[in-house]
Ligand binder design. Structure first.
Ligand SMILES: NC(=O)CC[C@H](N)C(=O)O
Length: 368
């Protein structure tokens, strides 16, 4: 444990509200949209999930860091959240399988974290007032200039962030001799999605966010995949065009989260920014086709318009979020295309929805 004299830190919200805390190690300032995740476990997966790029994460669990970190329990190669805000930060960890402390992990990835924050008060505040931009800082003597910078920070609405996290070059995952070939568009892909496809005998070629349909098609895939990712789906026009082409050719297509929103937009359904979004690992969803409930992992701040989806002749709602009746899944009628707003790959979260990967492979098999 490298318990240093920890510096005073604070969170300044865009509306001027301030919450106090102490920094963990790194000093300075980090800007982003403040949001909260209610998961009790899975912090390493959350911090490395590219969907969170540009967001300051408030964890509502009382302790963060108590089981350390493990090199292979990541969803991408580095910490993607803009910074962490938590209550009790554990400098010690007690898990035999762990290979580093969370403190070291943050230091290695050069990210700011602040603890000893009244996260309950902060979450109540953003729950009532909605997601907003904020800065976490140890530079408490520079508040006026931070306020100015904060005022200039663009809103998450309309923000294209996929280009910040997507691969620069295509790459391959899995065994070249696998039964199925899948072309995946990386608009912020989580590693556990790739693990789940490979586990189901797929060889996956992962493409940059702005790849054209023809580039994916040249791989001669049996199925196409649109990943999760950060930011607003609306500016991702290339990805929407690509989805349109895959659907027009009736090729198997599966979309998760941002990928789901892209498929909705490609079908003329608009998306909107939610008051607070859904971020946690116990969100109830009903599958309207089977009538079964699933407990799901969720992480999104945008959703697709329900009225427009109901009125759309080409699209059917397949899953509904039981807390607020938002659309949690759709399929395109008469086409080989479906998508969900949540995270069937979990990591973190329950495995109830893994069947969706089997469903995708089944669609591929039937189309082969
Ligand atoms: N997990 C995701 O893919 C998130 C999608 C999108 N960035 C949202 O916040 O709604």
């Amino acid at each position: 444990m490298k318990y240093k004299q920890r510096k005073k830190a604070l969170i300044l919200l865009a509306d001027g509200t301030i919450f106090h805390g102490k920094s963990i190690g790194k000093e300075g300032s980090a800007f982003g949209e403040v949001c909260f995740n209610t998961g009790t476990t899975g912090y390493q997966e959350i911090f490395t999930d590219p969907s969170y790029y540009g967001q300051l994460m408030v964890t509502t669990n009382a302790h963060i860091g108590n089981y350390g970190t493990k090199e292979d329990e990541v969803e991408s190669d580095d910490i993607k959240i803009a910074g962490l805000i938590c209550k009790n930060f554990s400098f010690n960890y007690s898990r035999p399988a762990g290979d580093s402390s969370l403190e070291d992990f943050f230091e290695k990835h050069n990210k700011l974290a602040i603890a000893d924050v009244d996260t309950r008060a902060l979450v109540s505040y953003i729950r009532d007032n909605g997601a907003m931009n904020a800065v976490i800082t140890t530079e408490i003597d520079k508040l006026e200039s931070l306020k100015q910078q904060l005022a200039e920070l663009p809103s998450m609405k309309g923000l294209e962030l996929a280009s910040k996290v997507s691969t620069k070059e295509p790459y391959f995952v899995g065994d070249e001799k696998a039964t199925y070939k899948i072309a995946a568009l990386d608009i912020g892909i989580k590693k556990n999605i790739l693990r789940n496809l490979v586990k189901r005998d797929a060889y996956v070629k992962v493409f940059p966010y702005n790849a054209k349909f023809e580039e994916l098609e040249a791989f001669n895939p049996d199925g196409y995949f649109l990943s999760n990712g950060p930011g607003d789906p609306e500016p991702l026009v290339d990805a929407q065009l690509l989805a349109k082409e895959v659907i027009a050719k009736n090729k198997p297509l599966f979309g998760i989260c941002l990928g789901h929103q892209i498929i909705a937009l490609a079908n003329g359904i608009s998306t909107y920014k939610m008051h607070n979004g859904h971020r946690g690992i116990n969100h109830p969803v009903k599958n309207l086709i089977t009538g079964k409930g699933e407990i799901t992992s969720q992480n999104h701040g945008f959703a697709i318009n329900r009225e427009e989806t109901e009125a759309n002749k080409n699209v059917e709602i397949t899953h509904v979020h039981l807390n607020d009746n938002t659309v949690a899944g759709i399929k395109v009628k008469g086409k080989n295309c479906f998508s969900v707003q949540y995270h069937p790959e979990a990591s973190p979260g329950p495995n109830d929805s893994l069947y969706l990967f089997d469903q995708f492979i089944e669609n591929i098999k039937n189309n082969k």
